[in-house]
Design a protein. Structure first.
Lengths: 131, 409
């Protein structure tokens, strides 16, 4: 609890490095967290080897949701799509370096849900994607 | 009228003694979501389960008779609390939402047809919105909304205009769970009756905090929940005028709601049992009665006066913090609810950091998303106060908000 607002989280929230949109893009997906109205969109460009060579996120919401989106976006650049499919809840918690209760977990995991729904080409982002 | 002895009252609520983090005592400012329970309510639940537990209404044995008496006594207490003419006009439900759904499914489906108008307000909780949306898509009823003004009050002039369209029902919140606005219920009801409309009052926030008298208001239906007025979760009530309730078809079918049953037909039971299918939340209903006893022991006018002083002080202190904006009317028109934004810091972050200092507040749209849309904001942080809250806790809230500001500075 004490380090929930660790400097790194506040920093990524206030000064995100990967906020923006990619035009054109190969993959784009967006979704909301209906509980608190957080919104995340993620755009990806994929190279011919099936790796992410550029990624950006956009949206609004609490510090946890936005910092987690920035950290996640940073972490996937250069990664093959296949590897992104295997990312899960623990990977996000490791990126944030904190533990979260069930309510805030939804904020933290929104970006991963959006990313995986986009990568899998799904119509909607379900909670099963990040379990 | 003597001021409430908050210190004495707090001693009745065991949970208020706990720490939420090591060395950090709880400052509970979320009673609008759910209130805490006094020892007397906790003991009523415990004692029922230890000594009297049995199913009600059909048993002959001692436990069944005791349980039935306790359950029905509780109904009588609740009737007296809102000055209902008789206990059989109190239907036990799970909560305010279910009470409103009962009216929407039973009364409205029997009485409303395509094109009929239901008037709601822009400040409704989702529980007094979705049942009518559902009926609109199923039946083609029309919905109109009394607008909320910039100061957080209902626009009564537009209401007057809407009444010219001859609504069948006017369903509205007595007190907003976000703005705290106490709506002029009597005026709204009188005007609705003047054009022949039925009225439904959402009392989820008013019955716990103000004296509410259904006969003085002349309201047709009143919905409220126990857990917001010191009672257990899972139990609420619907009050209705006798003539309406008697002519309404049953809501849910099952045990206890029938008089006689044949393979291909049934005759519904009399009131209130007609609307109480299946085994109800018995211990919770008894706990509800015990909560009413506690509030009557304090006096609802005393509760109202204390909360008025609390909100006056809270608004004064909150408005002196740069970057804080409190939504809703001035203290005179407002219950003890302060929903606010702080600079551009997301309310979830505000609530999370306040939690570190033991402050339990709520963040989000508080089940009133259309109202937040109207206000042009996504979410608010909401602090709410009840009879067990002290001025000192408002000071702690203010200190906490300064700490949030510092962290995001």
């Amino acid at each position: 609890m004490e380090d929930l607002y660790r400097e790194v989280i506040i920093d990524h929230y206030k000064n995100p490095q990967y906020r923006g949109k990619l035009e054109p893009h190969d993959i784009s997906f967006e979704d909301d967290n209906p509980l608190c109205g957080d919104h995340i969109r993620i755009d990806l460009r994929i190279d011919e080897d099936g790796r992410v060579n550029e990624a950006r996120f956009d949206g609004h919401g609490c510090a946890i949701s936005q910092a987690s989106a920035d950290l996640l976006t940073e972490s996937i650049i250069g990664k093959p799509l296949e590897e992104i499919k295997s990312l899960n809840k623990q990977d996000i918690l490791d990126l944030l370096g904190i533990d979260l209760g069930p309510v805030r977990l939804k904020c933290a995991l929104l970006s991963l849900k959006v990313l995986k729904a986009g990568v899998y080409g799904l119509g909607e982002a379900s909670d099963d994607l990040v379990e | 009228m003597a001021a409430l002895d908050v210190k004495k009252i707090r001693a009745d609520f065991p949970i208020l003694e706990r720490e939420v983090h090591p060395g950090v005592p709880l400052v509970y400012l979320d009673s609008t979501a759910t209130s805490q329970k006094p020892l007397s309510v906790i003991n009523a639940l415990d004692s029922f389960n230890r000594k009297h537990n049995a199913n009600i209404h059909r048993g002959i044995h001692v436990l069944a008779e005791e349980a039935t008496t306790m359950y029905e006594d509780s109904r009588a207490k609740i009737a007296r609390f809102i000055n209902a003419p008789s206990a059989r006009q109190i239907i036990f439900t799970r909560n305010t939402s279910e009470s409103i759904n009962l009216v929407a499914y039973s009364w409205a489906r029997a009485n409303l047809k395509s094109g009929d108008l239901v008037i709601l307000t822009e400040m409704e909780h989702h529980s007094n919105l979705i049942p009518w949306h559902m009926l609109a898509s199923e039946r083609g009823i029309r919905l109109e909304f009394i607008p909320v003004s910039a100061t957080g009050s209902l626009d009564m002039q537009t209401y007057g205009k809407l009444l010219e369209q001859e609504p069948c029902l006017v369903a509205f919140s007595h007190m907003s769970n976000v703005l705290g606005t106490i709506n002029p219920a009597m005026e709204i009801i009188q005007k609705a009756h003047a054009v022949g409309a039925i009225t439904l009052l959402d009392g989820a926030q008013s019955v716990p905090h103000l004296p509410v008298d259904v006969q003085a208001l002349d309201v047709d239906f009143l919905a409220f929940s126990a857990h917001k007025m010191l009672g257990p979760t899972g139990i609420g009530a619907l009050y209705g005028k006798l003539g309406l309730l008697e002519n309404m078809p049953p809501f849910l079918g099952g045990g206890d709601m029938i008089k006689t049953v044949h393979l291909r037909s049934f005759v519904p039971n009399s009131l209130p049992h007609k609307f109480e299918a299946g085994t109800p939340a018995i211990s919770e209903a008894i706990g509800f009665g015990s909560a009413v006893d506690y509030l009557e022991g304090i006096g609802m006018q005393q509760v109202e006066a204390h909360e008025h002083e609390m909100i006056q002080y809270a608004l004064e202190r909150l408005e002196e913090i740069p970057g804080v904006r409190v939504y809703g009317p001035q203290a005179e028109q407002k219950g003890a609810v302060a929903a606010f934004t702080l600079d551009d810091i997301h309310p979830h972050d505000v609530a999370q950091i306040l939690d570190r200092y033991g402050l339990a507040v709520r963040a989000g749209h508080h089940c009133a998303q259309p109202l937040h849309e109207k206000l042009g904001i996504q979410a608010t942080t909401r602090a709410s106060f009840y009879l067990y809250n002290s001025f000192d806790e408002i000071d702690k809230l203010v200190e906490g908000i300064y700490k949030v500001k510092k962290m995001f500075a």
